[in-house]
Design a protein around this ligand. Structure first.
Ligand code: NAG
Ligand code: NAG
Ligand code: NAG
Ligand code: NAG
Ligand code: NAG
Ligand code: NAG
Ligand code: NAG
Length: 482
């Protein structure tokens, strides 16, 4: 019975995972509750440091947290902290901590380590730089020794971590690893490849060289399923070794994320992406490279197929390329997000093709974001009638010619997909007040679901007025709009 109560409490507390204040209150009830709630609170901490500077925890919470952590750093007279005159923890507990808190970490990012070092050692003290260095080392040693449940690690330090005690066991247990290439060298990766071979998720930031070390690290992974590569956008040469090794691994990849210049990598691996489910190709930094080898992409895409693709997200890609990916995706795709199509000689016709291809491959499509050329509004009818599960759409258009908006609303009311819950749009659609009103009237007549109606401002275009807001307000009151 006691066992059951614990399990039930765990379920209840897990529901509270976002409500830290309540979870905290639960820890104060009695030891039973405390033992169940504390690990959940600490789980939250693992995820609170995903970004630099944007801490989700207040300064006071962070100081308390670091004070707890400091209790676990070895502190005998011969240990590095006392040896270097570093007095930590700042507020010593009268008893040993009850929990092995370090075991509650599941993710380690450098942000709390840097923050802890910064807050623990005053810049003004003698040898502060040296002391900070020692403390950082001690924290990493602590992590390798005590954090037995870490699955994700973000490597963002020049320290040779692979030499630390227990690094082998720590890194061989990892499933997910992120690197900052501004600090990691080829040698680090060669060394790491010897002790870390079971990564399922690999994320690389600021990759600025065709590193042999990186290639060898990727090669040795026996279970790589997800790869995110962020290239340094000042590089101009293609990464040949990297393309080749991705080709070797591509058939087991489920997730691939490339940005911000996808043409830095040769598309030879594309036909091997047979099991890909989640694909993001951002070419944001490569927008201006007119000479890029899209022909080569077309060539490899033509001989590919992605039967398991579910999520496709692209930006600054030619419509032709996007068409090919969707066309080769089979019918399982549930989310398509196409931002900022690259201009082409005949954009309206390329855009028309894209609409056609999507409408022929959309039986599972739920979310769609795309640009619609004003000449192709009739074609949008195919999307509304073929994509029977469509819930969320976001349409932009690239020139404001009147009365585009009204025409789009008319097409949408005529077909009126039953599942649609959310309609977002860019400002250039310019709806007339009358057009807007008759759209909501028609929605009211035909549909049960209130629709979410979200208006985004484009730069320099102000077609949406206070009068538009009044109409929206009116239909909100009538529960036609949520
Ligand atoms: C802990 O508190 C809860 C809620 O008041 C109570 O149901 C439970 O019996 C207590 N457990 C112990 C061991 O005191
Ligand atoms: C590799 O990771 C998988 C889970 O992703 C695990 O089942 C397997 O035991 C691990 N293999 C080794 C050699 O650690
Ligand atoms: C389609 O997706 C579902 C899950 O949404 C999956 O079970 C099924 O195997 C997929 N089929 C194909 C052909 O990809
Ligand atoms: C996807 O669309 C293309 C072009 O409209 C069509 O030829 C193809 O048959 C569709 N794919 C599937 C799997 O239906
Ligand atoms: C559609 O978008 C919503 C909100 O962004 C998201 O929660 C949901 O998972 C998406 N659905 C699919 C099938 O991708
Ligand atoms: C915008 O539309 C015009 C006219 O339809 C077309 O010529 C142009 O290429 C388009 N530009 C973009 C970025 O879509
Ligand atoms: C939007 O359309 C109205 C006419 O309905 C026109 O007066 C107005 O100038 C247009 N606004 C923009 C930003 O194009």
């Amino acid at each position: 019975m006691a066992q059951l109560v614990g399990d039930v409490l765990l379920l209840v507390f897990t529901e509270l995972h976002d409500d830290l204040a309540s979870l905290y209150s639960c820890t104060l009830v009695n030891t039973t509750w405390c033992h169940i709630a504390v690990p959940l609170l600490w789980k939250h901490i693992s995820f609170a440091y995903e970004k630099p500077l944007n801490y989700k925890l207040s300064l006071e919470s962070r100081e308390k947290l670091y004070n707890v952590i400091a209790h676990f750093i070895p502190n005998d007279p011969k240990d590095p902290l006392p040896q270097n005159n570093i007095i930590l923890p700042l507020k010593k507990f009268s008893r040993k901590p009850i929990f092995e808190y370090m075991n509650f970490f599941t993710r380690i990012t450098p942000y709390w380590i840097k923050d802890m070092v910064q807050l623990s050692i005053n810049d003004k003290v003698k040898d502060s730089k040296h002391k900070k260095n020692i403390l950082e080392q001690e924290i990493y040693k602590l992590i390798f020794n005590k954090c037995n449940n870490v699955k994700h690690f973000y490597w963002d330090t020049k320290k040779k971590l692979y030499r630390y005690p227990n690094a082998k066991s720590f890194f061989s247990n990892l499933r997910s690893l992120e690197f900052n290439f501004e600090v990691v060298t080829s040698k680090t990766l060669f060394r790491l490849a010897m002790i870390c071979q079971n990564i399922t998720n690999l994320e690389i930031n600021d990759c600025d060289e065709d590193f042999p070390g990186l290639v060898s690290f990727i090669k040795i992974q026996n279970n790589l399923q997800s790869l995110r590569l962020h290239f340094d956008d000042e590089v101009e040469e293609q990464y040949t070794m990297l393309s080749n090794i991705i080709k070797k691994k591509a058939s087991i990849l489920k997730t691939l994320i490339l940005n911000p210049i996808i043409t830095l990598i040769s598309p030879i691996f594309i036909p091997s992406l047979k099991n890909i489910q989640y694909l993001i190709l951002s070419n944001d930094g490569g927008e201006l490279y007119e000479s890029v080898k899209w022909r080569e992409w077309e060539y490899y895409l033509t001989m590919s197929s992605f039967p398991y693709l579910q999520h496709l997200e692209v930006s600054y890609l030619p419509s032709k390329i996007v068409c090919l990916i969707v066309e080769k995706s089979g019918k399982n795709i549930s989310e398509i997000i196409i931002r900022y199509p690259l201009e082409s000689d005949d954009y309206p016709s390329d855009n028309k093709n894209l609409i056609k291809v999507i409408s022929n491959n959309c039986s599972k499509l739920v979310n769609l974001t795309m640009n619609v050329d004003s000449k192709n509004l009739k074609e949008m009818g195919m999307i509304f009638s073929n994509c029977k599960l469509l819930e969320k759409i976001y349409f932009t258009t690239n020139v404001s010619i009147l009365p585009d908006g009204d025409e789009l609303l008319r097409v949408l009311s005529n077909i009126s997909p039953k599942t649609l819950r959310e309609f977002s749009f860019g400002d250039k659609w310019n709806f007339s007040l009358k057009g807007l009103e008759s759209f909501f009237e028609s929605w009211k007549r035909k549909n049960k679901f209130p629709i979410k109606f979200i208006h985004y401002y484009d730069e320099w275009v102000y077609s949406w007025t206070d009068d538009h807001d009044k109409i929206v307000e009116k239909y909100k009151n009538e529960k036609v709009i949520r």
